[in-house]
Design a binder for this molecule. Structure first.
Ligand SMILES: *[C@@H]1O[C@H](CO)[C@@H](O)[C@H](O)[C@H]1NC(C)=O
Ligand SMILES: *[C@@H]1O[C@H](CO)[C@@H](O)[C@H](O)[C@H]1NC(C)=O
Ligand SMILES: *[C@@H]1O[C@H](CO)[C@@H](O)[C@H](O)[C@H]1NC(C)=O
Ligand SMILES: *[C@@H]1O[C@H](CO)[C@@H](O)[C@H](O)[C@H]1NC(C)=O
Length: 965
């Protein structure tokens, strides 16, 4: 890429005059640097010697930075380890480290070098950025002193981090990122406690940053792109090329394409370690790349990129990666498969014996289909189609699903999968697809000489990677490289975290405002909120004294309910994005007025406990936004979380508002909010959200949170939707810890809070007798999925679809439960086997009562349909329940007491959905922990009866795909 300098300058100048605040495109640079290495990294050197070596490397980088700036580059990325090299011990890296402050301090080392001295490396990098008016991205080492009060403090008294820094064009430190996924050999560095999601905004887009092996894992890489929506990723790396699937340019360009992102990758150059391969990659293909095994020189790449690639008309369409592959039958039988190894993974291969053909090869759940036509079949070259579906376990553990067409090293099939860098076979066409279980697929096409193929292939929306017109060079490999993050084992840092923690929820009897029909003053609003906060403060203190790590308080718990848009307004605060790193307790003025946030933050900080609360957020908008409400504000029902130092770590705007919540707006899209702690990964949503797919199900099944935080103001609805009943069933059905804090108000039937584990409730509270609040405290596993008692996966319809009807349908009748028209059949005998069906759902029940009571009637019921009152959602429900009276017309009406005991029951249904929540509710609205179980074939059974008479036994199924949009 050669740019004529005056032209570039003119372009940039004109752009900056016309659009001072936002550029549509910018010029990016990456520098592949041949690092000058220390002579011996086994013995410690003096800080002076360390600095001398680093200065030699920075002399080279300075030249590259200047050259990039002269070509108009706005930002330049330099490689990982680019300033001091590699293979250190903890002790020998130490003289190279500097204490790098949090960028929040607003520091320009170039103009204020003594503020955090000694920091000569930061000073020099800052000056290079400033004097060339260019953002500089570099990788250096950070040291942070710690002491014995921190049980994890390393014995040498320092944390040492592999660190990326970014200085803006004035030389200010604007980003600092500590590498989270250290490579196995990086024993000189520590893991940060949690993954850091580091972003910064510029006039040419939003940037995120991570380092080298991070690219293989979910956190922080995927989160930066899919959740934080950065435009460009900055990627310093020291990447050792591994053919056939993991050479630098090949994998990095594929990641950019698969994730739909700009990607600036700067590799080190070192021939003995086979390090080369840097590039500037856009979502629709490489813009510039460099792969050089001939010389030992560094190399600068400079090219233009779109600032906001998602807004570009050429932005690739969304891909359903398995759509084509699952829609067709196998192309070929598996009678000639053989196995072979690629980078320690055992693939299943099949040889492409003909010049053209259609082949399928499968491994576990992954089938790979290939259609191809070679220009000519070369006798001395062998190609295979391969599939791998499994956990990679060498040099890092990560789950892969890979479909690949590749050239074998020789004509001996035993060499298939071994590295080979040249080929002579050209293809006229190919089409590769796979039945992937993940949506994270990175499409690779690598040509002879380890070259990329920009513009020579495409990915169709049905998941086929195709080429219709040949490639410019012979083919080494064509690959769909899939990463299935949910199947990864936990990060090494998280394994050492707490195995269990103490959770608290507080059911709060909210002190309600006297007036909600007309606006009050901000002072009156705050007075009322402070009254509630006084009560919550007592609960938070009590929880902390019992050792709780986190406490959840209810929805509407600080100001109550039944507001209008204008009457809630004085209660709202502007709640910033947690990315700003704010501790309201120590810095209350920064986003003032924020009295409520300040108090909550101080309660968390003073008691060293995470505090979860529900308050109202206001966000000003104006007429340039056509959706801006007429009062000039969006108003959100909002959960906030403050960590044990009082920092705001999560903010969630409720997505599924209840009908009556007209005082609030829904956010434009569901927000998927998670945060990590030393006691597991947390997700959060609110009340009515629990009935819908987004964000609730996504948090658990896609982001794999360990615990859900759930502030709610839940009105109990018997027989299926009382708070404790439904929330404990959701925790069990989803296999997640669930902390539910309800408001307490008996006149609105609000009561029912709990601490629920996947195996069953650990503590719960239901009380219609008093008007008092109530604190629950119980221990939970930090990562319930790792526990030996974690429930096995359930196929909810396996048993029910394998049996015939137990009974005819000649005595069915219909009845209504919470506006839904069920089909019922009466249990007339003390024991029996019954089946009742509605539409596609058949429910089977086997039961034996201790004694049939003459004055109590039980029915088996089925419902398969769209619920349409107070929200629309599709249900499939099988239920055994007690009717309100002996009149069958009352079956389905709320009833809270019973006298009939069951010795045994077994309930199952032919569900079309895999989201089924198992409920058992006993007389007086009590749960039955440990008194029933769910078998892997989908039967909800009790073999020894329950401790109290039964109100209902229910399989509550939600079929999200059938919900209206
Ligand atoms: C491969 O399949 C395509 C479409 O299904 C068909 O047109 C073609 O003839 C097949 N090629 C061979 C060699 O079987
Ligand atoms: C296919 O390749 C040939 C020669 O390389 C070229 O002339 C032709 O335009 C290409 N067709 C398409 C559809 O790209
Ligand atoms: C409920 O179902 C019964 C029997 O199928 C039917 O007669 C009745 O009209 C339905 N009621 C409603 C409200 O849909
Ligand atoms: C119910 O079915 C079970 C097993 O299929 C059988 O052993 C039992 O006798 C049946 N009970 C009645 C009352 O029909």
């Amino acid at each position: 890429m050669v740019y004529s300098q005056p032209h570039v300058y003119a372009t940039i100048f004109a752009l900056s005059v016309l659009k001072a605040c936002a550029l549509d495109s910018y010029i990016a640079a990456v520098y592949e640097h041949s690092v000058i290495l220390s002579e011996d990294t086994k013995i410690p050197v003096s800080p002076e010697d360390a600095l001398m070596l680093m200065n030699k490397n920075m002399d080279v980088l300075k030249g590259a930075i200047k050259a990039a700036a002269l070509q108009g580059a706005r930002i330049i990325v330099t490689p990982e380890d680019g300033i001091y090299g590699w293979v250190f011990t903890r002790e020998t890296i130490y003289p190279y480290l500097e204490d790098i402050p949090d960028p929040q301090v607003n520091w320009i080392p170039c103009t204020d070098p003594d503020r955090f001295a000694p920091a000569p490396v930061q000073e020099r990098l800052s000056c290079m950025a400033r004097s060339n008016a260019i953002y500089v991205v570099a990788n250096i080492g950070d040291k942070k002193p710690c002491n014995s009060s921190d049980p994890k403090c390393p014995s040498d008294g320092h944390y040492q981090y592999n660190t990326d820094v970014v200085f803006d064009s004035e030389g200010k430190l604007v980003a600092r990122y500590h590498k989270y996924n250290l490579f196995v050999t990086e024993t000189q560095f520590d893991y940060p406690k949690e993954p850091e999601f580091v972003t910064f905004n510029t006039s040419f887009g939003k940037f995120g940053i991570f380092t080298c092996a991070d690219i293989l894992f979910h956190d922080p890489a995927v989160v930066l792109v899919s959740k934080l929506q950065v435009d460009t990723v900055l990627f310093p790396t020291a990447w050792v090329n591994t053919l056939p699937l993991l050479s630098a340019s090949q994998f990095h360009s594929a990641w950019a394409m698969g994730m739909g992102i700009n990607f600036l990758s700067a590799n080190t150059r070192n021939s003995s370690l086979d390090m080369t391969g840097s590039g500037i990659y856009a979502p629709n293909g490489p813009r510039a790349f460099h792969y050089n095994t001939e010389t030992e020189n560094g190399h600068l790449l400079v090219v233009e990129l779109s600032s906001h690639p998602r807004l570009s008309p050429t932005y690739p369409i969304a891909v359903n990666w398995s759509s084509y592959a699952t829609s067709i039958k196998r192309f070929s039988p598996d009678d000639r498969n053989f196995s072979g190894v690629i980078y320690f993974d055992k693939f299943t291969f099949t040889e492409l014996t003909k010049p053209e053909g259609n082949r399928t090869v499968c491994q576990k759940d992954l089938c790979c289909h290939l259609s191809y036509r070679m220009v000519e079949k070369q006798e001395d070259e062998v190609y295979v189609l391969g599939a791998f579906d499994g956990l990679h376990v060498v040099e890092g553990e990560y789950y892969l699903q890979i479909c690949t067409l590749l050239k074998c090293k020789s004509t001996n099939l035993k060499t298939c999968g071994q590295p080979v860098a040249t080929a002579h076979t050209s293809f006229d066409t190919f089409s590769l697809s796979g039945t992937f279980g993940t949506s994270y697929i990175f499409p690779e096409v690598l040509l002879t000489g380890v070259q990329l193929a920009p513009g020579e292939f495409q990915v169709l929306s049905d998941g086929r990677l195709i080429n219709q017109n040949g490639t410019s060079k012979a083919v080494l490999s064509v690959t769909l490289f899939g990463r299935w993050y949910e199947k990864d084992p936990p990060h090494p840092q998280q394994v050492f975290a707490l195995d269990s923690y103490i959770a608290a929820v507080y059911e709060h009897a909210v002190i309600l405002p006297e007036v909600t029909g007309s606006p009050v003053s901000s002072e009156d609003a705050l007075t009322l909120m402070n009254k509630n906060l006084d009560v919550l403060e007592g609960a938070i203190k009590a929880a902390a004294q019992q050792g709780a790590h986190i406490i959840v308080t209810p929805e509407d718990g600080i100001y109550g309910w039944v507001f209008k848009r204008d009457t809630i307004f004085p209660y709202l605060e502007d709640i910033p994005d947690p990315q700003v790193n704010w501790i309201p307790c120590t810095d209350p003025e920064r986003f003032a007025p924020a009295a409520v946030q300040e108090r909550l933050s101080c309660m968390a900080r003073n008691n060293s406990i995470y505090v979860v609360a529900n308050i109202g957020d206001k966000k000003p908008c104006n007429c340039s936004d056509p959706k801006c409400p007429s009062n000039g504000h969006y108003q959100y029902n909002t959960n906030v979380v403050f960590d044990s130092e009082g920092k705001l770590v999560a903010r969630y705007h409720k997505y599924n508002l209840f009908m009556s919540e007209t005082q609030f707006d829904s956010p434009k899209e569901p927000e998927i909010v998670t945060f990590n702690t030393s006691f597991g990964k947390f997700g959060i949503f609110t009340c009515f959200d629990i009935l819908f797919h987004d964000p609730a199900v996504t948090l658990v099944s896609k982001l794999h949170v360990d615990t859900v935080l759930f502030p709610t103001a839940w009105m109990n609805v018997l027989p299926h939707l009382t708070a404790i009943e439904f929330h404990s069933a959701w925790a069990m059905g989803m296999g997640v810890n669930f902390l539910a804090a309800d408001t307490h108000n008996t006149s609105l039937a609000m009561t029912g809070s709990g601490i629920y584990a996947p195996e069953g409730p650990r503590a719960y509270h239901y009380n219609m007798e008093t008007e008092n609040g109530h604190l629950l405290v119980a221990e939970l596993r930090s990562q319930p999925r790792l526990s030996p008692t974690y429930p096995s996966t359930v196929n909810w319809s396996a048993y029910a679809t394998s049996v015939k009807r137990f009974s005819p349908d000649d005595r069915n009748f219909s009845g209504v439960i919470f506006f839904d028209n069920f089909t019922f059949t009466e249990l007339t005998k003390p024991e029996g086997n019954h089946t009742v069906c509605q539409k596609d759902l058949c429910c089977h029940l086997s039961y034996r009562m201790v004694e049939k009571q003459e004055d109590e009637v039980y029915v088996l019921g089925a419902f398969d349909g769209l619920h349409v009152v107070e929200g629309e959602y599709y249900l499939q429900i099988c239920t055994l329940l007690k009717c309100k009276s002996t009149d069958l017309k009352t079956c389905g009406e709320p009833v809270a007491t019973a006298h009939t005991r069951f010795e045994a029951f077994s309930l199952s249904g032919t569900f079309g959905t895999s989201y089924v929540f198992p409920e058992v509710l006993l007389s007086e609205v009590q749960l039955a922990p440990g008194e029933f179980q769910v078998l892997s074939d989908g039967r909800l059974i009790s073999q020894n009866g329950t401790s109290k008479p039964i109100l209902t036994v229910t399989l509550f199924g939600r079929w999200y795909e059938k919900d209206p949009p």
